[in-house]
Design a protein around this ligand. Structure first.
Ligand SMILES: Cc1ncc(COP(=O)(O)O)c(C=O)c1O
Length: 401
């Protein structure tokens, strides 16, 4: 029996990927830095390599062969994310597998490439998307052809060579919520990839709603401290087999020390997410009443979730928010320069609060007509006291006048 069976999500977050440690006689997760390892006899080594070439996960204790193909510390992180993404409250968990990468973009790249390799190069994407994802699709760099579609028009764009539907919910940077089950229904046989970075598996498990792939920039909430870069895809064992061999040949693998940090981050993910979400809610509600602010984007605000996805698809509105300055770009730029406690920086999901201007930074590479509005600023709420953060925003808005 799986020792995680029957546990609640916070307990799974603490113990996933570590359930064998007591038997090993250690308490902290061992980091295996080997790039190669002593092999058993040639025939056995060849059999292990054949398993890897077929994209199968290796069992605990298997020989490493070569780190680009498999690493036991990275496998622990993969197991932990899969346990969270496949978690079903009070039921049996989904049969899913995690595959870790060197970054979120490396993860997204391999999912897209796997569909091109399957002879299905047409991608339907729903904007807005993180700038890097948008750019890799728009450029056709990986041999794809993209159609950008509204979320209720997916079905009408599906053709014989459509291999993937790509979207984010909540989306970066303006926090639109999308109904995953409805998009999966429209996509029919076409696999749907959800970038679950903003929600994290604590708030949303896309595979439970029929998505084929849940992708994360693990650099964000999973790591949680702004000091480790990685990505991860969670998918069915069948689709995982088409991704692992591509990861081996393209080489965008997570390193073991990063996997260690990620696994450590996951242990506190539920409690961080709950608290950062509370902080985001307080900031968003305060911003709504500020005359210098013309619009606030936060899924937890009244009217922001008209179809009731929070509660049905997502267990909470998350810790990301955005707002539009009434004074346009100039005012937005001044706010970033006037903040003292909140750091002006890209990225998100760490314990300290960050602010950035998407049109200039994270979404700079997006075609101009699809870029976020120039007056929009995005905040990643951290773990500071919300009163201190609001005081910082208040003095910055005062200076803008
Ligand atoms: C929603 C989202 N997806 C993917 C990425 C790319 O992740 P990484 O920077 O780890 O490659 C980012 C990065 O900001 C992001 O915000």
């Amino acid at each position: 029996m799986d020792p995680l069976d029957g546990l609640s999500l916070p307990s799974v977050a603490v113990h996933a990927g570590r359930t064998d440690l007591t038997d090993l006689g250690v308490h902290a997760v061992p980091i295996d830095l080997s790039t190669t390892a002593p092999l058993p006899d040639v025939s056995e080594a060849r059999d292990i390599l054949d398993e890897l070439i077929e994209g199968k996960p290796l069992p605990h204790g298997a020989s490493t062969i070569y780190r680009r193909a498999w690493n036991p510390t990275v496998a622990r992180f993969e197991e932990a994310v899969a346990a969270l993404e496949g978690y079903v409250p009070g039921g049996s968990s989904l049969d899913v597998e995690g595959i870790a990468f060197a970054s979120g973009m490396a993860a997204t790249h391999v999912v897209i490439l796997s569909r091109v390799a399957a002879g299905k190069p047409h991608v339907i994407a729903v904007r807005p998307l993180y700038g890097g994802t948008d750019a890799i699709l728009e450029s056709g760099l990986l041999g794809t052809r993209v159609t950008y579609a509204a979320p209720d028009e997916i079905a009408s764009h599906v053709t014989d060579d459509t291999g993937l539907v790509v979207l984010e919910t909540p989306s970066n940077p303006t926090l639109e919520l999308r109904d995953i089950a409805d998009i999966v229904r429209q996509a029919g046989d076409v696999p749907v990839m959800i970038d679950n970075t903003f929600a994290s598996p604590v708030l949303q498990q896309p595979l439970r709603h029929g998505a084929a792939y849940s992708v994360h920039s693990a650099t964000k909430y999973l790591g949680g401290h702004g000091d480790a870069m990685g990505g991860v895809v969670v998918t069915s064992p069948e689709l995982a087999r088409s991704l692992r061999p591509l990861r081996v040949v393209t080489g965008g693998v997570m390193d073991p020390f990063t996997a260690y940090l990620m696994l450590r981050g996951i242990g506190t993910l539920p409690i961080r997410m709950r608290e950062q979400q509370r902080v985001a809610g307080e900031i968003a509600r305060w911003l709504v009443d500020q005359p210098a602010v013309s619009r606030v984007f936060y899924p937890g605000l009244p009217g922001a979730d008209p179809t009731g996805l929070i509660g049905r698809q997502m267990s909470g509105p998350g810790a990301m928010l955005a707002f539009e300055m009434a004074g346009g770009f100039e005012a937005a730029e001044k706010v970033c320069g006037a903040l003292r406690l909140i750091t002006h920086a890209v990225s998100l999901g760490g314990i300290d609060t960050l602010i950035e201007h998407p049109a200039s930074l994270t979404h700079r590479v997006v075609t101009e007509s699809a870029q976020p509005h120039e007056a929009v600023l995005r905040i990643s709420a951290g773990l500071e006291d919300p009163g201190d953060l609001i005081a910082d925003l208040a003095q910055a808005l005062d200076r803008v006048g």
